[in-house]
Ligand binder design. Structure first.
Ligand SMILES: [Zn+2]
Length: 126
């Protein structure tokens, strides 16, 4: 009986003195896990938005995971919509006509006997 008390009592005193520390640590780590879960949820939610934008899902996921979802959101906002098409047109300044074929001189102006060089124009269309 005396031996039992000697063994158990020190163990009990240690656990009761550290109980608060253990509780605080448990709360800290559980909140950390909760915060990480929330962070990951934000990252995944941001990555799910991408079909409407030109930025790829993987890139946005990477940006928001590494540089926080705030940076990911900025990257998402700055990205162009996915439905924007880039077109290349060849414009004649003299007759103000856009050509789709890559020509160097305007065929309409050459008919009139005037050599007019075409200017390459980049267009964005929805
Ligand atoms: Zn022309």
């Amino acid at each position: 009986m005396m031996l039992e008390k000697l063994i158990i009592l020190p163990a009990l005193t240690i656990s009761t003195s550290n109980f608060l520390t253990i509780a605080v640590l448990m709360i800290f780590f559980s909140s950390m896990i909760l915060n990480f879960a929330l962070y990951l949820m934000l990252v995944v939610m941001l990555a799910l938005f991408t079909p409407q934008k030109k930025i790829s899902r993987l890139r946005l996921f990477f940006y928001s995971l590494v540089f926080t979802p705030v940076i990911g959101f900025i990257a998402y906002r700055r990205s162009l919509p996915s439905y924007v098409i880039h077109l290349k047109r060849f414009y004649c300044k003299r007759c103000k006509v856009y050509f789709t074929e890559p020509l160097h001189e305007c065929p309409l102006c050459t008919k009139d006997g005037v050599v007019s060089r075409l200017v390459t124009v980049d267009m964005e269309s929805v």
